[in-house]
Design a binder for this molecule. Structure first.
Ligand code: KG4
Ligand code: ZN
Length: 342
């Protein structure tokens, strides 16, 4: 018999995503992004995002179903991001999921966005060996998780105590006069720069911080250090070496992320590190993680960049795993929860 056909809906931030999977096979991944509408504000504006989801959700559903060559009647279950994320944005996806589920008489599964970022890797690399450590780094979150079984939840090991990693990339890019979202621009500039040019701080890695924040991250001090460094240059009337600043900043972020992720692997005797979220597209993060992990006998799994950023396929992937694990569907009064815990 065929594995169940699962549709996933994602609307937690600025991407309206609808994905369709059968088992670990991706059949459709339709996306509508409002990122350009936020660009002139330098960050995602919640009201703008909600309105964009409202306009995009039905056309994106239609596109995904057409891409997979199925109708809503063929779908076995609908999964939807119930949180965490922007409250108004989440509501659009959850309401849509309930509407389609009710109309087509399908079960609905409210899922956690962070767990979905982990689950998506299975679409590219097959079932995730468990236990695994997951490093999730995006514009909205920076977390380290211990994954025993995605269907039974995951254990948070640490998270950022201030800015998310992607947020730091975006803020530093802005300071350097690069467009939003800044991550890809920093990544590109850094290739021509010297990562050892400037010694920027590595947040929460001093002995006294490690005691209380072993797997937590902090990027706001780094961002401030970059701002001070750039200001001092400008005050002295000297040009800002954008490539060197980008490379040195990127190195500080990637150094801390990989060091803590691999320390978590070692402490928990875990041999698989999975990286997800928009920042997982960063070329230096991927290379440094591979390099350091290889020395420790840890395997790194990173999905292709298009699956790292927010999308519907990741929600469908997690839904598929939940259905295969025999997890009961959510009730139809399932709430959207902007602070949904893991
Ligand atoms: O996962 P995502 O698409 O959306 C959120 O859930 O936030 O992540 C977007 C973030 C942005 O901050 C963006 O600058 C960052 O991912 N990003 C990158 C790269 N590509 C995207 N950061 C560093 N290097 C990249 N190549
Ligand atoms: Zn995300």
């Amino acid at each position: 018999a065929d594995e169940p056909l699962i549709l996933g809906i994602e609307t937690s931030c600025d991407e309206t995503g609808v994905g369709i999977v059968r088992g670990h096979t991706l059949l459709a991944d339709a996306l509508a992004s409002s990122v350009q509408e936020h660009a002139r504000f330098g960050g995602v504006v919640p009201e703008v995002a909600s309105r964009a989801h409202l306009e995009a959700i039905v056309p994106t559903m239609d596109r995904a179903l057409a891409e997979a060559g199925v109708t809503i009647a063929d779908i076995d279950a609908i999964a939807v991001t119930a949180g965490p994320g922007l409250a108004g944005a989440l509501l659009v996806g959850v309401a849509a999921a309930k509407g389609y589920a009710l109309a087509a008489e399908k079960p609905v599964y409210g899922v956690n966005h962070l767990a979905a970022h982990v689950a998506v890797d299975a679409l590219e690399h097959g079932p995730l060996p468990q236990p695994a450590v997951a490093l999730l780094v995006s514009g909205g979150h920076s977390s380290l998780l211990l994954v025993d079984d995605l269907a039974r939840g995951v254990t948070p090991l640490g998270a950022t105590i201030d800015d998310a990693a992607g947020e730091a990339f975006d803020k530093v890019a802005r300071l350097l006069g690069l467009p939003f979202p800044g991550g890809p621009h920093i990544d590109r500039e850094a290739r021509a720069g010297d990562a050892a040019a400037i010694g920027f701080p590595r947040g929460l890695t001093a002995a006294r911080d490690l005691a209380a924040h072993r797997y937590d991250f902090s990027f706001s001090g780094l961002k401030t250090a970059v701002a001070r460094w750039v200001e001092a240059r400008e005050r002295a009337g000297e040009p800002v070496p954008v490539a060197d600043v980008a490379a040195s900043f990127q190195e500080a972020v990637c150094d801390v992320l990989t060091a803590k992720a691999l320390a978590a692997c070692q402490a928990h005797g875990v041999e698989t590190l999975v990286i997800g979220g928009g920042v997982a597209a960063n070329s230096r993060l991927r290379a440094l993680a591979e390099h350091r992990a290889a020395k420790l006998g840890v395997r790194v799994r990173v999905p292709r960049p298009g699956l790292c950023t927010d999308n519907g396929a990741m929600v469908a992937a997690l839904g598929s795993h939940l259905v295969a694990s025999g997890v009961a569907p959510s009730r139809l009064d399932l709430p959207a929860d902007s602070a949904l815990p893991l």
